[in-house]
Ligand binder design. Structure first.
Ligand code: PGA
Length: 272
């Protein structure tokens, strides 16, 4: 049985006071509306400066906290960066790696993604590794090959045992923040492609008959997820949750998305 994960990426939004308020509304909302349900794993990813306050606010609730990025080194003269042990020291448990906005605006490459995935695993952080194609790549029918390359280069020198701890998010760049949702069936096809690519990678690496490591890895969909889209997305065979940007900034939008994840979690728990 794969875990269902609903993660909110707050990007560069919310002051500390606003982040506290949102986290509090989520804690209260989950307790009030979803207290008796099989919950998905819920993660919120505020800015670095808000992490301690949000961690304090969600303490004792089912909500976990992630960072949106990190450096891959443990410490050093790297002005402006945050190291993995600083995150674990305050209680952060997830980290988003290779978000398309980091790739597009901050020089993140498949190589730095690989270094960061290794650093996250070394420090016991769960990496949410983002992959996805640009519109032009989709139009040229390059989606599958671009993603396969992002996966194989992002996972260089990562053992099968380590790979079992990953979370992957399929985020088509053209669907992020645009209101253009990737159709659920197509998102499902690509999530399955990601799973197959990981299985193939480890089958090949270890020269085994066939690796099934990715059958247990949660693959999330991200890109304009809304309360109105979540149910169809959560009905798909290979979409194990959502990475949500805009709609995670308001409790009244994120809570129904969490509810959508809870439905999937309930179904997969009953199948297990
Ligand atoms: P969006 O962002 O939901 O606002 O499209 C998703 C993401 O960037 O993770």
């Amino acid at each position: 049985m794969r875990k269902t994960i609903i993660a909110g990426n707050w990007k560069m939004f919310k002051t500390v006071a606003e982040a506290r308020e949102l986290a509090k509304s989520l804690v209260d909302g989950v307790k009030a509306d979803l207290g008796g349900s099989a919950l998905p794993d819920i993660v919120v990813c505020p800015t670095f400066i808000c992490l301690p306050e949000v961690l304090t606010t969600v303490k004792g609730s089912p909500i976990a906290v992630g960072a949106q990025n990190m450096d891959y080194r443990d410490s050093g003269a790297f002005t402006g960066e945050i190291a993995p042990p600083m995150l674990t020291a305050v209680g952060v448990s997830y980290v988003i790696i290779g978000h398309s906005e980091r790739r597009q605006f901050f020089g993140e490459t498949n190589h730095t993604v690989n270094l960061k995935v290794k650093a996250a695993l070394k420090h016991g952080l769960t990496p949410i590794v983002c992959v996805g194609e640009a519109l032009g790549e989709r139009e040229e029918n390059l989606t599958d090959s671009v993603i396969k390359h992002q996966i194989s280069s992002g996972l260089v020198d990562i053992t099968e045992e380590e790979a079992a701890k990953l979370v992957v998010a399929y985020e088509p760049i053209w669907a992020i923040g645009t209101g253009k949702n990737c159709e659920a069936a197509e998102a499902n096809r690509v999530c399955k492609h990601i799973r197959d690519a990981i299985n193939e990678l480890y089958t090949h690496k270890d020269k085994k008959e066939s690796s099934r490591v990715a059958d247990m890895i949660p693959v999330l969909y991200g890109g304009s997820v809304k309360p109105s889209t979540i149910d169809e997305q959560m009905e798909q065979s290979d979409i194990d949750g959502a990475l949500v940007g805009g709609a995670s900034l308001k409790a009244e939008e994120f809570l129904p998305i969490i509810k959508g994840g809870a439905k999937r979690q309930k179904i997969s728990a009953s199948r297990a």
